[in-house]
Design a protein around this ligand. Structure first.
Ligand code: 2XW
Length: 137
């Protein structure tokens, strides 16, 4: 499908809300996309990975951390609010204890801030997800 925005933006996020609108506008069903945020590509406080159909998973959100290139324990969320081709507003807020991801349909997902990061300096998007806007509150 149409390739989403991928790449690395250097941002310096203080705890707050990063609101994103965007959607998978695929020609074919998207397999998955990922939002990665942390200190660097190898040190992620959150790898947020909705899987439509990939790695043998279907319609599940995988969250994990990455420390010095090693994946932590996955958190698997079966409540899946994404529809291919539909826009989705994702609002991510965090403090040193946990990250909170507000999802469509008043759904909320929490993930421990295993790295204890006070600021997020690295952010990347992978896969079939077109970011339409990013707002920092
Ligand atoms: C059953 C076999 C052993 O467990 C499997 O182990 C795999 C390898 O660690 C797990 O997949 C990794 O899970 C990580 C999060 O825990 C990451 O999602 C990792 O992919 C990194 C990645 C994804 N993407 C990406 N997503 N969407 C697109 N376009 N690109 N780019 N880099 C995936 O390759 C996979 O989630 C895991 N499955 C289970 C059921 O635990």
């Amino acid at each position: 499908g149409e390739s989403g925005l991928t790449g690395v933006g250097r941002v310096n996020l203080i705890p707050g809300c990063l609101a994103q609108a965007g959607g998978s506008q695929p020609v074919s069903l998207p397999s998955s996309f990922a939002l990665n945020m942390g200190r660097a590509g190898s040190d992620l406080a959150l790898h947020f990975n909705p899987r439509f159909e990939s790695h043998g998973d279907a319609h599940i959100i995988i969250c994990n951390s990455l420390q010095a290139g090693e994946w932590g324990e996955e958190q698997r969320e079966p409540d899946f609010p994404f529809q291919p081709g539909q826009d989705a507003k994702i609002c991510i807020s965090f403090d040193t204890q946990e990250l909170t991801v507000a999802l469509p349909g008043e759904q909320q997902l929490k993930f421990p801030n295993r790295l204890g990061l006070e600021a997020i300096e690295f952010f990347s998007v992978e896969g079939d997800f077109r970011v339409k806007s990013i707002k920092f509150k």
